[in-house]
Design a protein around this ligand. Structure first.
Ligand code: PLP
Length: 372
């Protein structure tokens, strides 16, 4: 699914130098390179503040903590996402309100979102799933109208560009009040362990976020608010500074592989290839196809027998997870997510895919379709 070793070998001297520099300086926690990385990422994204933290899940939790929500306040999130998005809502004593997604780009369904807004709704967390932005123009308009905070879950779409109807272009994660991302090794900008970050243009929020991740403390041993310990290791920051320089090339490599798949699969009736929405570039964290009538599980087994990994993101909708049974949600209210969880399959997608590898994967997918 990913080739982290191949990617490392291409930039080994740069990475090894960065790691050795930190070891020589022994500034493992809160070293100066964390601030350097934050500044460089802010410049890349075109956002005023980047605050690094320990992982993407913490970023989401800290973002919610900064909004002064009260127990029972409602936060809306899509049904088709990784568990972290909804977990943090519940963890803070807030009420997750789960809504269905679009069948095309798999991001939050605007009609379902509108219907879910109640007098207790305080925030919405759109997820830019698989590398493509949610409909941020409509989400931001709806949020302004209803006085909602917007936290973008940008763990999968770093570097993606969103185009507003007036022609303005903004990077994924910089349009809402707060953007959150993850530097988990397999993400589009991955470090060598866990890492995450928050983005915001709001100076007051930025100050609060950086205080919360540091035990609620600005002056050492004086704690202004209840916080957490969530830091990005200096080693990870140094590695990320190197990889950030390559991010645009990594995105191009993913997009090239996606076009290769698209061209090969166009015209195959059995497959639904990833839809491109008109307002966002796609950075292909995943290349996720759907099968119309054949069994997705059988295709996965077949590919596995040919030495090709394929993954199911995600097999179970949030509303059907055991942990969220207490919400008492009904399958019939989430027809699209139900269908996606039955039919999606993600093919190998990374920065090191060679044409021969792609051709082999494609030929095996086609051979499965032709023989079943
Ligand atoms: C990976 C991911 C997260 C969580 O990031 P971690 O760094 O693993 O905590 C949150 N949301 C989405 C959509 C993700 O893909």
């Amino acid at each position: 699914m990913v080739d982290l070793k191949g990617q490392y070998h291409k930039i080994k001297p740069e990475i090894d130098n960065a790691i050795q520099r930190i070891i020589d300086a022994t500034s493992f926690v809160k070293g100066p390179e964390v601030k350097d990385f934050e500044k460089e990422l802010a410049l890349y994204l075109g956002v005023r503040h980047v605050i690094a933290c320990a992982n993407g899940t913490d970023a989401l939790q800290v973002a919610l903590m900064a909004l002064d929500l009260k127990p029972g306040d409602e936060v809306i999130t899509p049904d088709f996402t990784f568990i972290a998005t909804v977990e943090v809502i519940a963890l803070l004593g807030l009420k997750p309100v789960i809504v269905d997604v679009n069948p095309g780009d798999y991001t939050i369904d605007m009609e379902a979102l509108k219907k879910a807004i109640s007098p207790r709704t305080r925030a919405v967390i759109p997820v830019h799933l698989f590398g493509q932005c949610s409909n941020m123009e409509e989400i931001m308009a709806l949020a302004r109208e209803n006085h909602l905070h917007v936290i973008e879950d940008n763990a999968q779409a770093i570097g993606s560009d969103y185009r507003f109807s007036d022609g303005a272009v903004k990077k994924a994660g910089t349009m809402g009040d707060i953007g959150c991302t993850s530097f988990f090794p397999s993400k589009n900008l991955g470090c060598f362990g866990d890492g995450g970050a928050l983005f915001t243009d709001n100076d007051v929020l930025a100050d609060k976020l950086s205080t919360i991740i540091n035990h609620g403390m600005k002056v050492r041993y004086y704690h202004d608010m209840i916080g957490v310990n969530s830091r990005l290791d200096t080693l990870q920051a140094a590695i990320l500074r190197v990889k950030l320089n390559h991010l645009d090339d990594y995105i191009k490599a993913r997009q090239k592989a996606a076009v290769f798949y698209d061209n090969a699969f166009t015209g195959l009736n059995e497959l639904i290839i990833p839809a491109r929405n008109p307002f966002s570039t796609h950075v292909f964290h995943q290349y996720t196809i759907r099968l119309r009538s054949l069994s997705r599980d059988n295709l996965r087994e077949y590919l596995d027998s040919k030495g090709i990994p394929a993954m199911i993101y995600y097999p179970v909708p949030l509303h059907r997870q055991k942990a969220f049974q207490y919400l008492g949600l009904q399958n019939k209210d989430f027809p699209v997510t139900e269908d996606l969880c039955r039919t999606v399959l993600s093919l190998p997608m990374h920065t090191e895919l060679e044409d021969e590898q792609l051709e082999y994967i494609i030929s095996q997918v086609k051979s499965f379709i032709n023989t079943h």
